[in-house]
Design a protein around this ligand. Structure first.
Ligand code: SAM
Ligand code: FES
Length: 328
């Protein structure tokens, strides 16, 4: 598929055949079983100031929290009891969580719960990634956000695009299964940039691809911008499934937040993963990257039964294995 083919697909008057083809490719390459990853948002402390993000450091209206290791372990234990085979630990960037504590926690989760661990902690040093991997983390999610140097500079003024790409290489080197991705509909994202994003995700040969619509947050400098659309996001999911075949692609929370039923639609055009929230309910309202986030008042068990019902209604099953990469 060339850049022109991608641009044509993004502009199709009727995307239904594209979405149906992606659903067919998904069934052929990854099957009907959906992998569930229990997500713990363990800290909203962030040193970065990304223009789009609700928990950016300049947002003084956010109540900051950092769960301690025992609380994280208890949440992990609850997730394992609910049947999750993978735990995703996410936080703001450079929240100064002591590396040694994180590594001890990872070892404890592995030893006592035996489940797969995905991290999403942002940019770290090569040595830190190696230590986290050594302590037992299996996977790491780090979206490159946009392939455009200029857009990256505008939206992440205190970060460097090359450094983030370097992190992806270090993660590979450390032996992680690597996920990356973008937001669809960022202000200034042209169809050409989006097509380049898609080609870059393909080129990186990712184990996991996480994308979602950009949702404008009034508490950020981009509060007045237009949000992305579910419609365009679904086309991107479909294109990525067709292009990359057996990558794990989640129906993300942002898809379900921008439109009711958004995650269900994504599961029908290429997605094969869901990441239900298992963060203790009292912290959820403080981890809002954008307004309208779903499940803020739910308990971990509620989210679990909600997605089980969703999958039943779609005729899909819940995967019983850890759902490691299908690539290597
Ligand atoms: N701090 C880590 C990092 O930067 O990789 C992980 C957490 S970060 C908040 C997770 C993802 O949320 C980002 O990669 C970004 O794509 C997404 N995100 C942030 N603000 C958003 C918004 N307003 N709308 C949609 N997605 C957003
Ligand atoms: Fe936290 Fe961007 S504001 S990673």
């Amino acid at each position: 598929m060339t850049k022109k083919d991608i641009l044509d697909a993004l502009a199709l008057a009727d995307p239904a055949p594209l979405l149906a083809e992606a659903d067919r490719v998904r069934r052929e390459y990854v099957g009907d079983a959906v992998h569930l990853r229990g997500l713990i948002e363990f800290s909203n402390i962030c040193a970065r100031d990304c223009l789009y993000c609700g928990i950016r450091c300049s947002n003084r209206t956010v109540t900051r929290y950092r769960m301690d290791v025992n609380e994280i372990f208890e949440a992990a234990q609850a997730a394992a009891q609910l049947g999750y085979k993978t735990l995703v630990l996410q936080s703001g960037e450079n929240d100064r969580y002591p590396l040694i504590e994180l590594c001890l926690l990872l070892r404890r989760i592995k030893a006592e719960l035996g489940i797969a661990i995905t991290l999403s902690l942002g940019e770290k040093t090569r040595e830190e990634y190696a230590a986290l991997r050594e302590a037992g983390a299996d996977r790491y999610l780090l979206r490159f956000e946009t392939s455009s140097e200029e857009l990256f500079r505008q939206l992440k003024p205190d970060a460097v695009r090359g450094a983030r790409m370097q992190c992806l290489a270090w993660l590979r080197e450390a032996g992680f299964q690597v996920g990356s991705g973008i937001m669809v509909g960022l202000p200034g994202q042209t169809p050409e940039i989006l097509a380049e994003d898609i080609l870059l995700m393909k080129m990186l040969d990712l184990d996991m691809i996480g994308i979602g619509p950009f949702i404008a947050d009034p508490r950020t400098p981009l509060g007045g911008a237009s949000s992305g659309t579910l419609e365009r996001t679904l086309r991107v999911v479909a294109l990525l499934r067709i292009l990359t075949k057996n990558t794990h692609i989640p129906a993300t929370t942002a898809m379900g937040s921008i439109e009711k039923g958004g995650r269900e639609k994504a599961l029908r055009c290429g997605a094969n993963v869901l990441m239900p929230n298992v963060t203790p309910t009292r912290y959820r309202e403080h981890y809002q990257l954008y307004p309208g986030k779903i499940c803020i008042n739910d308990q971990p068990g509620d989210c679990r039964s909600c997605v089980a019902g969703m999958l039943r209604s779609l005729g899909r099953t819940i995967a019983t294995d850890a759902g490691h990469s299908l690539k290597r």
